[in-house]
Structures are given as structure tokens and as C-alpha cells.
Unconditional design. Structure first.
Length: 211
């Protein structure tokens, strides 16, 4: 069946239209990246939004979230993991040696039911596997509906929208990596991190595909 589908609907680069990959190496070479940011604020040690939220990665995330092209996840996870291994091996080794656990940001149940999946779970699980990190998707719970952050432009309004939106489900790993697909103002990740105050982890990183 997959062979037939490949013939009828061949995978093409989202930018140039060449066959075989959604993100072809040539187009991907023009994608800009970011460096880790070290903050050392309480339990939060730093953040890394690996790719700039533009160009090919922005298009890929749109296809995944709004056109439900879930088979793009494997490509994104491989590209993401390979770039971290190549560009930030010492940071990856630090996460591995200290048993950091990748925890995806949850969706509210109505949004997840509508979409049929949580893109942060799909991506986070694949990325954790390829980076040899543990993964847990039942530690943080989103207990109330919030408006879509992308539609809110004001930073303060974004923070208010997500105020006390998350709860902790015990037990909480001591060293964690909060993972999401995109971070612009970091309001979602900050809200999730704030929910951990009663049982704050020893060390916490924010990790996103783009930002």
C-alpha cells in the first residue's frame, strides 16, 4: 500500500518541489539556526530553539500542525537530532550523563482530539530516542483551555492566557527538558515551568524545534 501511495502522492520538498524528501538537503542548507542560551535562573539552566522559525522549518511545522502531514515527523526528528549531535555534542553529553528526561508540552484535550495528535509528543518522542534520552509524556497536564498563542501578539496577554494552565502529575524527574515545537515569547514553556514550583526539578532546559 505504501508503494502505491508513494507513486500516487510522491514526497516532494516543501520549498523546491524535488522528489523524495520534504526538506531536501539543498534547501535545508539555507535554513538559519540558533545557539543555546544559558540563563541559570533557579532550576532553569538554559534554552535552545534550534532552528529559526522561518523558511523551510516554518513550512514543515505548518504542514504538520494544520494539514496533519504526520509522516514529516521522522524527517524533522532526524534533522534535529543530527544537528544537535554535530553542533552541540557537549550539551548533549551533559543531558545524557545527568539523565535528563524529555517532557513534551501537552495540549488541552479538546484541541488534541480535534487534531488527532499532539505534535510535541510525536516530535519529542522521536527526538529523545535519536538523542538517547528518556522521554515521558504523562508528567504535566494541561487542565484548562487557552486561546491559540499564535493569534495573541501582546507578550503580557500571552502570559495571562497561560496563567496556571498546567498541573504536575507525580512523580517528576529531577532533571528535565521541556519540549515544544515552537517558542516565540516562551510564555507556554514558562507557564509549564512555573507549574513545577512546588516540586521544582534540580535542572531544567527548554528545547524547541524552532523559535
Amino acid at each position: 500500500m505504501s508503494v502505491i501511495l508513494d507513486l500516487l502522492f510522491p514526497v516532494k520538498c516543501l520549498n523546491c518541489g524535488s522528489n523524495s524528501q520534504y526538506l531536501c538537503p539543498k534547501c535545508l542548507s539555507f535554513q538559519k539556526t540558533n545557539l543555546p542560551k544559558y540563563v541559570n535562573k533557579g532550576s532553569k539552566e538554559g534554552s535552545l530553539s534550534l532552528f529559526r522559525y522561518e523558511y523551510l522549518i516554518k513550512r514543515a511545522i505548518f504542514e504538520l500542525k494544520y494539514r496533519f502531514v504526520t509522516d514529516i515527523v521522522d524527517e524533522l526528528a532526524i534533522i534535529f537530532a543530527d544537528h544537535i549531535k554535530l553542533s552541540f555534542p557537549h550539551l548533549l553529553q551533559y543531558w545524557q550523563n545527568n539523565h535528563f528526561v524529555v517532557i513534551p508540552i501537552p495540549l488541552y484535550y479538546t484541541r488534541q482530539n480535534w487534531r488527532g495528535f499532539n505534535q510535541s509528543i510525536l516530535l519529542g518522542q522521536k527526538i529523545a530516542q535519536k538523542l538517547n534520552l528518556n522521554f515521558c509524556d504523562h508528567t504535566i497536564f494541561r487542565h484548562r483551555h487557552t486561546y491559540t498563542q499564535a493569534k495573541i501578539k501582546d507578550i503580557n496577554s500571552r502570559s495571562k492566557n497561560l496563567y496556571q494552565a498546567f498541573s504536575v502529575i507525580f512523580p517528576l524527574p529531577r532533571n528535565i527538558i521541556l519540549f515544544d515545537d515552537v517558542a516565540s515569547s516562551f510564555s507556554t514553556l514558562n507557564s509549564a515551568h512555573n507549574s513545577l514550583n512546588c516540586v521544582a526539578p534540580n535542572r531544567c532546559w527548554y528545547l524547541t524545534l524552532a523559535g
